[in-house]
Design a protein around this ligand. Structure first.
Ligand code: GDP
Ligand code: MG
Length: 440
């Protein structure tokens, strides 16, 4: 993937005490190939590489005490700039309601994203959302929105599929006013390809609803196509933001990197899965760090805080920081961590996790959690606090007591050890992040 390729390109330069212009050229050549291979727009790549090169061979970088790290810092900063620099927040109406219009091709994730965002803004901004079902063309599109609405307890306005979408929106807005909704999300139809009728309908919906945001929903897996689609929609409708879906999938990542540079429209949210809570605000700097394998510590901690109660999260942070995490804590966290989503996703966010040899051992088979619990419960308090003392005879006793095998006990102890090692790494970098220079 892109991350692997870029990390490889950075590897040679990272630890260097002396970096020459030739080293920089070599690195940017590899970066250029990695970006092109990830389907980043070639014009974007060209100007990106030019900027990085100019900055990297600058006097202050190559003559600094840590030139290799400074060069990587330049790459990280320029990747961040490419994706828009700062996080771009939702534009709420000064006078409610705030109206969000979702547009895009069929299957991009409009309906799913509208429901996800409705729930997200209800939770984070205390909004009272109404969703309007204005896709009358796709079979079962209305039913899909209604099902999601029922699941989230968010009302859906619909008039079946025999009424013109523009009229549906008009009446939906009136209904929202009568029921005092301060957030309206309009789900529209997509096509397999951009066509004129679709654009015209969307223009009419835009004219009567005066949306505060026109979100283009695009599928990250479609690569360069996503960028082309964005350009066409932007020309006709004037987009205010992009929601990029399916970043959890096997995408080459190019679309996330070029869409802002090509269209000038910022990515505001990313979809990270099919579940209703799998939507995240987009942070260019964090994404850049993630791509460069520096991990996304802040997103990880935010995610932890969203699903843990605050005290627990603080406690966990402290324990990770001190690396005083015991097997008891491990057991305690397993339950909570399960609420955060698939464990593999979480591990992927940890710095260096993708480079770790033992990565496979670290991914925890969710079905085996009961077994893990039994093993830990069969340990004495001193064993739990200091697993190093668990010798062969203790392993045998624990296996017997928990109804597992010695191999199972060994595996768990190995996992725990790897996890602690990773935490140490991970908190080291997290601390670095808070200091001025994240690369020391
Ligand atoms: P629409 O035609 O644009 O309204 O697209 P839908 O909202 O119906 O989504 C199409 C499919 O993509 C559905 O199966 C969704 O569950 C799936 N989907 C949407 N967003 C994501 C995402 O972020 N990740 C993954 N893995 N699937 C998604
Ligand atoms: Mg839909």
């Amino acid at each position: 993937g892109l991350a692997d390729r870029l990390q490889q390109a950075m590897k040679n330069i990272r630890g260097k005490g002396k970096v020459s212009e030739a080293d920089v050229k070599q690195m940017t050549r590899e970066v250029r190939l990695a970006l092109l291979e990830a389907d980043v727009n070639f014009k974007v790549v060209k100007s990106f590489v030019k900027t990085v090169e100019a900055r990297a061979v600058g006097q202050d970088v190559l003559k600094s005490l840590t030139p290799g790290q400074q060069v990587i810092k330049v790459v990280q900063e320029e990747l961040t700039a490419l994706m828009g620099g700062e996080q771009t927040k939702i534009n709420f109406a000064l006078k409610p309601p705030t109206i969000l219009l979702f547009v895009g091709l069929q299957g991009a994730g409009k309906t799913t994203s509208a429901a996800k965002l409705a729930q997200y803004l209800r939770k984070t901004h205390n909004k009272k959302p109404l969703m309007i079902a204005a896709d009358i063309y796709r079979p079962a599109a209305i039913k899909q929105l209604q099902t999601l609405g029922a699941q989230l307890k968010i009302p859906v306005f619909s008039m079946g599929d025999k009424v013109n979408p523009v009229e549906i929106v008009r009446q939906g807005l009136a209904q929202a006013a009568a029921d005092h909704h301060d957030l309206i999300l309009i789900d529209t139809a997509g096509r397999l390809h951009i066509d004129d009728n679709l654009m015209e309908e969307l223009e009419q919906i835009k004219t009567i609803s005066h949306p505060d945001e026109i979100f283009l929903v695009v599928d990250a897996m479609t690569g360069q196509d996503a960028v082309n689609v964005a350009s066409s929609f932007h020309e006709r409708l004037g987009l205010t933001g992009v929601i990029m879906t399916k970043l959890d999938g096997d995408t080459r990542g190019g679309a996330a990197l070029s869409i802002r540079a090509v269209t000038g429209t910022p990515i505001k949210f990313v979809g990270m899965g099919e579940k209703m809570d799998a939507l995240e605000p987009f942070h260019p700097d964090r994404m850049a760090s993630r791509i460069l394998g520096m991990g996304d510590v802040l997103s990880l901690i935010e995610k932890a805080q969203a699903s843990f109660d605050e005290d627990k999260a603080r406690e966990m942070e402290k324990k990770m920081r001190d690396v005083s995490f015991t097997l008891d804590d491990f057991l305690d966290q397993i339950g909570q961590v399960r609420n955060m989503g698939p464990l593999d996703d979480l591990l992927a966010m940890m710095p260096g996790a993708n480079k770790l040899k033992g990565m496979k051992n670290l991914s925890i088979d969710e079905k085996k959690i009961d077994q893990v619990e039994a093993i830990i419960r069969s340990m004495t308090p001193s064993e739990k606090n200091d697993p190093e003392i668990i010798n062969a005879s203790r392993r045998k006793r624990i296996a017997l007591g928990s109804g597992t095998s010695i191999a199972d006990v060994n595996r768990l102890l190995k996992q725990f050890k790897d996890m602690k090692k990773m935490m140490k790494q991970f908190m080291g970098q997290a601390k670095g992040k808070k200091r001025k220079n994240p690369f020391n």
